[in-house]
Design a protein around this ligand. Structure first.
Ligand code: FES
Length: 121
């Protein structure tokens, strides 16, 4: 597995998503309580980009259908709960999810060295 130089350390900020490319993938970098975290910029529900989603306390919310993910572990915390920002009633969520079951985000190992961020990808 290759280590790829993707960003300046100073560009990765708490509560903000920095999108980088590595090994042909789009990846979101951020910090959670100072820890560098990296996840694939692709919601596992429909494969749409997550980077413009709202980030609160290390959790990113998909801007399309509201699924939420832990930005360090990639764990799914909530699955398909909104359309156009409006909450969905519980009974309709499986329909809007199109039968797809909750899935986590792919995570990547990120390291800081000499002012640069490197990803294993
Ligand atoms: S594309 Fe993210 S929840 Fe559907």
């Amino acid at each position: 597995m290759a280590e790829i130089d993707v960003a300046n350390v100073a560009d990765v900020r708490e509560g903000a998503a920095l999108t980088v490319r590595a090994a042909g993938r789009s990846i979101v970098l951020t910090r959670v309580a100072g820890t560098l975290c990296a996840v694939e910029n692709r919601c596992p529900h429909l494969g749409l980009p997550l980077a413009r989603g709202r980030i609160v306390d290390g959790v990113i919310r998909c801007p399309f259908r509201g699924s939420s993910f832990d930005l360090c572990s990639g764990a799914n915390l909530d699955w398909v709960n909104a359309v156009a920002g409006l909450p969905l009633p519980q009974w309709s969520r499986r329909i809007v999810a199109l039968g797809r079951e909750p899935m986590p985000l792919q995570t990547f190992v990120a390291r800081e060295r000499d002012g640069r961020v490197y990803l294993e990808a």
